[in-house]
Ligand binder design. Structure first.
Ligand SMILES: Nc1nc2c(ncn2[C@@H]2O[C@H](COP(=O)(O)OP(=O)(O)O)[C@@H](O)[C@H]2O)c(=O)[nH]1
Ligand SMILES: [Mg+2]
Length: 330
């Protein structure tokens, strides 16, 4: 540890991070979150240096509606993992976090013990960015966490929009949390989101909610079996947990481990990660192209003019896009 000194060289930062310096990890994540061009260059140098050390963690996505019990579950689940000497990082994806600052405050108190656990690392979502921006930063933060040596990286997202798909596209295993009753019943969950799930967990299976949790679990079980499975011969299980009573937590971890092992054994995990990298690359191609246009005054002005034609219905979006790109090329 070098105290509060900021590591300016990316080589130095990479060394410190690989040596287990948590402050270096936090600093590295801040670097990849930065929108400044000079920081982006350093972030890329850092990530390139660390790339050979990435890929070894189990990447788990956890999603659910606000109030589903994500924070409470992650706290209990995370502590279960650290009690087994597993190192766990929790990264949050929440494109709305700038607006709902209150939820971060709530999470801090709900994940208080885990946050203090030396084997755990919790990083809230970067505020004020588009989903695409948040997704890129989270993917990169995940690589940094892997290079640091975490065994499990959890990417948590609030299920309120497109973020589930973005998260499912960066993890090995997507876990959907649903709470019994309270509008979170079968009708309330979008089919598309359920189709992403590799494991479905009914939360709050305790006390007054125990009966409702049983009912929800059997409803979801039925519904999942009617859906097209993501993988051949690998079905999404439905489990019940009570994070408050600590029930079902160990079982949830076993289910995740088994699922991961099965994917790995059949070579599907490698295929999945290759496909994710490929899609990430193409989404970056689009993002870079858009940046190039908006950062070039002449191209940006031209884009604005063509955009106005599209809005007025004078030009077709596809034809207009082509026109813009062709002009920009020459
Ligand atoms: N009875 C019961 N309540 C729970 C459990 N887990 C979470 N809750 C409650 O559900 C509410 C929302 O939980 P929280 O973890 O903040 O949900 P999040 O918004 O998905 O992160 C809180 O009032 C929790 O106390 C549980 O296992 N049992
Ligand atoms: Mg929460």
């Amino acid at each position: 540890m070098t105290g509060r000194k900021v590591k300016t060289g990316t080589g130095e930062l990479a060394q410190a991070l690989m040596a287990g310096d948590r402050r270096a990890l936090a600093q590295a994540i801040t670097l990849v979150e930065s929108a400044k061009a000079s920081d982006r260059e350093r972030a890329e140098a850092l990530l390139s240096a660390l790339l050979p050390r990435t890929g070894k963690a189990k990447r788990v996505g956890i999603s659910g509606a606000p109030g589903a019990g994500k924070s409470t579950f992650i706290e209990a689940f995370g502590r279960h993992l650290t009690s087994q000497k597993l190192k766990i990082a929790v990264l949050a994806v929440d494109p709305s976090s700038r607006r709902s600052g209150g939820s971060i405050l709530g999470d801090k108190t709900r994940m208080e013990t885990l946050a203090r656990d030396p084997l755990a690392f919790i990083r809230p979502s970067p505020a004020g960015a588009t989903l695409g921006g948040v997704a890129r930063r989270t993917r990169e933060a995940m690589l940094l966490a892997e290079a640091f040596g975490f065994d499990v990286v959890i990417v948590e997202t609030v299920g309120v929009g497109q973020s589930e798909t973005a998260v499912a596209d960066m993890v090995d295993l997507f876990v959907l949390l649903v709470s019994p009753g309270g509008g979170d019943d079968l009708q309330g969950i979008k089919r598309g989101v359920m189709e992403l799930a590799d494991l479905l967990i009914v939360t709050k299976a305790d006390g007054d909610l125990a009966k409702a949790a049983n009912r929800a679990a059997s409803d979801y079980h039925g519904a999942m079996h009617l859906m097209r499975p993501k993988y051949k011969s690998l079905y999404a299980e439905v489990l019940k947990v009570s994070a408050v009573e600590g029930k079902g937590i160990a079982e949830a971890w076993i289910a995740m481990k088994d699922f991961h092992a099965a994917l790995s054994k059949a070579g599907q995990l490698a295929d999945l990660r290759r496909e994710q990298s490929r899609r990430w690359f193409w989404s970056e191609v689009q993002a870079v192209l858009t940046d190039e246009i908006t950062n070039d005054p002449k191209a940006a002005a031209e884009a604005e003019r063509i955009e106005a034609d599209v809005i007025k219905g004078k030009a077709l979006p596809y034809a207009a896009a082509r026109e813009l790109i062709w002009q920009f090329r020459s």
